[in-house]
Design a protein. Structure first.
Length: 96
């Protein structure tokens, strides 16, 4: 089976909300390892964050945001956005 290193497809957060969380290891992590570690990484990231919804995020009043969702700076969450859309909808580039 081929090795898929996440660093070939993304860069790790070097500043912002996620830089001091386990997500800063993603660049050197292989996809299969990431998938097996993700639940623990995400739990640890949520515990380290001062707020899981950044103060500059714009959340629609009727949007449903799960307890395990992290929303970064300047993200817009629409009424019927999915989790992925909540993270990816940005006014500019994505940098949590």
């Amino acid at each position: 089976m081929p090795i898929i290193r996440l660093g070939d497809y993304l860069t790790v957060p070097t500043s912002g909300m996620l830089d001091a969380t386990p997500y800063n290891q993603m660049e050197k992590t292989e996809l299969a390892d990431f998938l097996s570690l993700w639940e623990d990484w995400h739990r640890r990231a949520l515990a380290r964050l001062p707020h899981r919804i950044h103060p500059t995020a714009q959340i629609h009043p009727t949007a449903i945001i799960g307890d395990d969702v992290i929303i970064g700076p300047r993200v817009r969450v629409w009424e019927f956005s999915s989790r992925l859309c909540a993270v990816l909808r940005r006014l500019d580039r994505l940098q949590l």
